[in-house]
Design a protein around this ligand. Structure first.
Ligand SMILES: Cc1ncc(COP(=O)(O)O)c(C=O)c1O
Length: 579
């Protein structure tokens, strides 16, 4: 064999080996994705683009599950009762909402995305509105029509200790900096104490201030990339980290986000990817995912059947996060704990304490502002630095006009000082057990009354699940509202309870919750029949989507009795119906 030939064989073998290794690593990445559409960002975007709008007419609205005439009558009457109740009790709120909807895009969005879209247009106007409110007291909130409701919305998680707590943080904070006013760039001295407290709470060395949780996450990820010199961030399937498209590679993102890996939560295959890939700068954890690993934050707009899954196992999730911690340490990957939602709620030291973990960077926001908007990044010295000593032109520039606003610093200071008091430390110590017990008691009452509803909670954060197949679970949010519970626009997907709920307040909420469920059941929305399975419901929905797609794209086919795809699906549907 000539030397040239030998060299050729060696080079070919080496190239083959490198190629095979690359393929193997790519395969590992594919395997570490969650099998659902959520786990496949590109695919989910493509599918989302394909789904056409269609709506159920006034008959289908009530019988999309194939209910009989008696049940339909009950449902119609139930809905009319609710409508009249809303109309009579909230005329001012309805008028205000009507005038806002054409000018505030968020109002249009939340009006539209309260229920699954096929039911949206036939839903009476009175059901589509958010609240217009002007006062809070204890755990209650008053709308401009004078109705007091128990707040279970938690103001997106800002409200941890009750609105009165934040009112006094804001009053105290404003008083402290009133002589300075809105001076930016220079600091009010109050910032010093905040920094010391945040360092102690986070267990980290440095702090930077931002205007929102989204910005804090952007900065944390940017710093991780800057210091590791690596391109990719890993987020977990379903996890929310703010509205920046850099952490939302799936539906809703028009940009092709090539530098994000969405991997399966609680998966050994994910750990394997972290161990083998060299392009991962950071792993982003939202500690709330423990409540529903690999699933999106629940919203009633996607409540098509009773398939909302949730279940919290603190021990298992803690073990998973600790494994992640270990692998990140071994591989030099920055572990970012996004505590924007859970920080200062799950424990005084937040999710890090709750899950017994020390992250490299932690982001905070929401409640930490003491009632004002804020984002905070805490990190180790070497990760927080925005320039390099040895390469002066290589900087990571990030400021933000309103960072460290004196009023925000002062209300934050009031917040941080207040929660050190023994009474708040006691609340923290007792909260987990207290909310577990409260949820158990309500679940037992629901079960005793044979109501198809079950609450799953992580501490004081709930999601409502449904135990029997139904196409109408999203109606429950309106029955709850009619009973005087203030929900956010995601409906029964997320209840955020403030920690100042007394036993008597809670007992009132429990009674109202039960009453709402009983009324909804009496109105026939949870009607059951042998054919009605979650599978059947999903198939029906798929059929409706396919029909709407054909009607949109192949008009003439719409005139036929059934579309070719419908015909193809028919034997399957028939079989399901026969079961
Ligand atoms: C975990 C997490 N990160 C980031 C954000 C974004 O925070 P903000 O809405 O203040 O931008 C949120 C908001 O809900 C969040 O829950």
């Amino acid at each position: 064999m000539t030397d040239d030939l030998l060299l050729y064989i060696i080079i070919t073998l080496m190239a083959g080996f490198i190629l095979l290794r690359k393929l193997y690593i790519r395969l590992q990445l594919s395997q570490a994705k969650h099998p659902s559409l959520r786990g496949h960002a590109k695919m989910s975007r493509r599918v989302a683009r394909l789904i056409p709008f269609f709506q159920y007419d006034k008959n289908q609205f009530f019988n999309s599950d194939g209910a009989c005439a008696d049940i339909i009558k009950q449902r119609r009457e139930g809905m009319e009762n609710l409508r009249q109740k809303f109309q009579q009790s909230t005329p001012e709120g309805l008028a205000c909402n009507a005038s806002l909807q054409s000018s505030i895009s968020d109002v249009q969005f939340t009006r539209a995305y309260r229920v699954p879209f096929p039911y949206r247009d036939f839903l009476p106007e009175e059901f589509k509105v958010g609240s217009i409110v002007d006062e809070t007291n204890g755990v209650s909130i008053k709308d401009t029509d004078g109705n007091w409701r128990y707040d279970v919305s938690g103001s997106y998680g800002v409200n941890v200790f009750g609105y009165d707590f934040y009112k006094s943080c804001m009053a105290e904070g404003f008083e402290q900096v009133k002589k300075l006013g809105p001076v930016l760039g220079a600091y009010h001295p109050v910032i010093e104490e905040n920094v010391e407290k945040l360092k102690a709470i986070s267990g980290l060395d440095e702090v930077s201030f931002h205007m929102s949780g989204t910005e804090a996450v952007m900065q944390a990820v940017r710093l991780a990339r800057y210091h590791t010199g690596r391109s990719h961030l890993v987020r977990f399937c379903g996890a929310y980290h703010g509205w920046w498209d850099g952490v939302q590679p799936g539906v809703g993102n028009q940009r092709n986000t090539r530098d994000v890996y969405t991997l399966a939560d609680m998966s050994e295959k994910t750990l394997q990817v972290l161990r083998t890939r060299k392009d991962i700068a950071c792993v982003l954890i939202n500690p709330l995912q423990g409540l529903h690993p690999n699933a999106d934050a629940s919203s009633d707009a996607s409540l098509i059947a009773s398939t909302r899954t949730a279940g919290f196992n603190r021990k298992a999730y803690t073990a998973w996060l600790q494994q992640l911690r270990q692998v990140c340490t071994e591989q030099g990957i920055v572990l970012i704990m996004d505590e924007v939602f859970c920080g200062f709620r799950l424990a005084y030291r937040g999710a890090q304490a709750y899950y017994d973990l020390q992250a490299d960077i932690v982001t905070y926001g929401k409640t930490l502002g003491g009632g004002l908007p804020v984002g905070v990044v805490c990190g180790r010295h070497q990760l927080m630095k925005r320039f390099r000593e040895d390469r002066p032109a290589n900087i990571s520039f990030a400021r933000g006009t309103f960072n460290s606003h004196p009023h925000v610093m002062a209300t934050m200071n009031a917040f941080l000082k207040r929660i050190e008091a023994p009474e708040y430390q006691l609340i923290y110590e007792q909260a987990d057990a207290l909310w577990n017990a409260r949820v158990s008691s309500l679940n037992a009452a629901l079960q005793r009354n044979a109501l198809p509803v079950k609450i799953v909670n992580l501490h004081s954060i709930w999601t409502i699940t449904y135990t029997l197949p139904s196409r109408y679970n999203w109606m429950f949010q309106f029955y709850l509202r009619a009973e005087g519970l203030e929900l956010s626009w995601v409906g029964s997907g997320r209840f955020i309870m403030s920690l100042n709920y007394s036993d008597s307040d809670y007992s009132e909420v429990e009674q109202r919750f039960l009453h709402a469920a009983k009324t909804m059941q009496a109105d026939g929305w949870w009607w059951q029949s042998a054919h009605l399975t979650n599978r059947w419901i999903k198939r029906q929905m798929l059929k409706d989507i396919i029909r709407a797609w054909f009607e949109k794209h192949h008009k003439p086919l719409a005139d036929q009795q059934s579309t070719p795809l419908e015909t193809a699906l028919n034997p399957v549907t028939k079989k399901v119906q026969e079961q």
